[in-house]
Design a binder for this molecule. Structure first.
Ligand SMILES: *Cc1c(COP(=O)(O)O)cnc(C)c1O
Length: 434
C-alpha cells in the first residue's frame, strides 16, 4: 500500500500580503518596529528584498524611490560601494570579539574631531542606548534625578524617555506606553518644544532634539537652544543634544555646529553606523570620565563598538565632506520647493520646512513650532492619502505623518523631479478628505 503523500512544503510567499500574514504569526504585528506596520496609513507594508542607492525593491519586484532610507541611517543611499567594501573587509576578519579594536578608536576619533566640544565618546548599538546612557551619566554627574524632555521629541524607547514622545509613539496616538512603571517617569518632566522652561536645581539634565525631526521637521526658534543653555547653567543642570538624526547630517558638526550652542553631552546614531547598529554618546571629558571603568557610572554592551559597524560608520563619515553636505542640502531644497508647489497646486495648504538634507511636510497655512502644531497637521488626515498616492507611483515615504523625508546622496535631481511630479498627482487624491 502506498503511504499517504507527504504534506507538501508550504510555498514560499510571493507577495507582500502573504509575507505580512506569515510575519504576523511569529512577530507581533508582523514588524520589529511599530510604524513599519502601516497602521497609521492603512494597507500592507512592502517587504523589501533589496536596496541600491536611492531605491528599494519589494518582494513582488516593484521598485520604489526611497525617502525612508532606514529613517535616515543610510545617508549615502543603500548598499553604497564604500560602505559595502568596508563591511566586507571587516567581516572576513571576524564579526565580534569582546576585546577592544582599532576601528572603535578610529570611529571615536572621527566623531570627536568633527564635533566641537565633544571630547570623548562611548559607542553603543542604538540611539535608544545612547540617550538612556547619556541620561544616566548626567544623573551620575549631578547627583540629581529629574530630567526635562520636550513634547514631540523622540529619544528612543527606554522607560524614562518615552513620555510625550514623537515618532511612533505619536503615530500610534499612545498617551504613553503600558508597562512603564510610574516610578520610571516620575522624574521626567514633559514641556512644550520651542519654549524655554523654568527649571529648578533638582534637574539633572534637559534633553532635546536641537532640530526636532520626530514630529515632522520643527526647527528651533531663535533663542530657544541658547535659552536652554543659559537655563541649565543657571541651575547646574546638564544640556543633552539628541543628535541621533541631526548628527553628521545637517552639517559636518551636526546641529550644535550649525546653531553654535554647545551642549554638555551629545547622543548620536543612525548616520554613524552606515546602516549597521551603532549609537554613541559623548561630551566633556570630565563628565565622560565618570563612566566605568574609570568612574562610578556603569554602562556596557556585548556588541558595543562592533567591528562591522565601526567600519561602516567610518566609511560614511570619511565620505561626508563639505561638498557632500552642500549637495545634500541642494537636493533637499529642490525637493522642498517642488513639493510645496505641487501640493499647493492641488489646493492643499502646506508648509514644507527644510534644514540641511531634512525635509518635512505640514498640512496647514502656518509654520509649526511645537507638537500641538504637528498634531494639527496630522489630524487633517491628508497624510495617508498622499503617502499611498506616492507609493502607488513608486515613491516611498514613511508610513507615519510624524516622520521626515530623508533624501540621500544617491537621490539625483531627476529623482527629485520625478518625486515632485508624483506628489502633484498624488495630492489631487489626498486633497479630497477621505
Ligand atoms: C531614532 C532616534 C532615536 C532612537 O534610536 P534607535 O536606534 O531607534 O534606538 C533616538 N533619538 C532620536 C532623535 C532619533 O531620531
Amino acid at each position: 500500500m502506498a503511504e499517504p503523500d507527504e504534506p507538501a512544503e508550504p510555498a514560499e510567499p510571493a507577495t507582500n500580503a502573504e509575507w505580512f500574514e506569515r510575519a504576523g504569526r511569529v512577530i507581533p504585528g508582523g514588524v520589529n518596529s511599530p510604524v513599519r506596520a502601516f497602521r497609521a496609513v492603512g494597507g500592507v507594508p512592502y517587504f523589501v528584498a533589496r536596496g541600491e542607492g536611492a531605491h528599494v525593491w519589494d518582494v513582488e519586484g516593484r521598485r520604489y524611490l526611497d525617502y525612508v532610507q532606514s529613517y535616515g541611517a543610510s545617508i549615502l543611499g543603500h548598499a553604497h560601494p564604500d560602505v559595502i567594501r568596508a563591511i566586507t573587509q571587516a567581516a572576513v576578519r571576524g564579526t565580534t570579539y569582546g576585546a577592544p579594536t582599532a576601528g572603535e578608536v578610529r570611529l571615536a576619533e572621527a566623531i570627536c574631531e568633527r564635533v566641537d566640544g565633544c571630547e570623548m565618546v562611548r559607542l553603543v548599538s542604538s540611539g535608544t542606548e545612547a540617550t538612556m546612557s547619556a541620561v544616566r551619566v548626567a544623573r551620575g554627574a549631578t547627583g540629581r534625578d529629574r530630567i526635562v524632555v520636550f513634547e514631540g521629541c523622540y529619544h528612543g524607547h527606554s522607560d524614562g524617555l518615552l513620555a510625550g514622545g514623537g515618532s511612533g509613539v505619536a503615530t500610534l496616538g499612545l498617551p504613553a506606553s503600558a508597562g512603564v512603571p510610574k516610578a520610571a517617569v516620575a522624574e521626567t518632566l514633559v514641556v512644550p518644544y520651542n519654549l524655554v522652561p523654568d527649571i529648578g536645581d533638582d534637574v539633572a539634565a534637559v534633553i532635546v532634539e536641537p532640530i526636532a525631526a520626530n514630529m515632522g521637521l520643527v526647527p528651533p526658534l531663535p533663542g530657544f537652544l541658547g535659552g536652554l543653555r543659559a537655563a541649565c547653567d543657571r541651575v547646574g543642570a546638564l544640556l543633552i543634544f539628541d543628535e541621533v538624526i541631526t548628527g553628521f547630517r545637517v552639517g559636518p558638526g551636526g546641529a550644535s555646529g550649525m546653531v553654535g550652542v554647545r551642549p554638555d553631552l551629545w547622543c548620536f546614531g543612525k548616520v554613524i553606523g552606515g546602516g549597521l547598529p551603532v549609537g554613541a554618546f559623548g561630551g566633556r571629558r570630565d563628565i565622560m570620565s565618570l563612566l566605568a571603568p574609570i568612574g562610578p557610572v556603569y554602562q556596557a554592551g556585548t556588541l558595543s563598538g562592533n567591528p562591522l559597524a565601526t567600519a561602516a560608520g567610518l566609511a560614511v563619515l570619511e565620505r561626508l565632506d563639505d561638498a557632500v553636505f552642500q549637495e545634500l542640502a541642494a537636493r533637499a531644497d529642490r525637493l522642498a520647493a517642488g513639493l510645496g508647489q505641487a501640493l499647493r497646486g492641488a489646493g492643499l495648504d502646506v508648509v514644507v520646512p527644510v534644514v540641511g538634507p531634512l525635509v518635512g511636510i505640514f498640512f496647514g497655512a502656518e509654520p509649526v513650532y511645537d507638537f500641538s502644531g504637528a498634531k494639527a497637521s496630522a489630524d487633517t488626515g491628508h497624510y495617508p492619502g498622499l503617502m499611498h498616492g506616492l507609493l502607488d507611483r513608486g515613491v516611498a515615504v514613511a508610513p507615519g505623518a510624524y516622520e521626515v523625508l530623508f533624501p540621500s546622496l544617491s537621490h539625483t535631481e531627476a529623482d527629485i523631479d520625478r518625486t515632485v511630479e508624483a506628489a502633484a498627482q498624488a495630492a489631487a487624491g489626498a486633497a479630497r478628505p477621505s
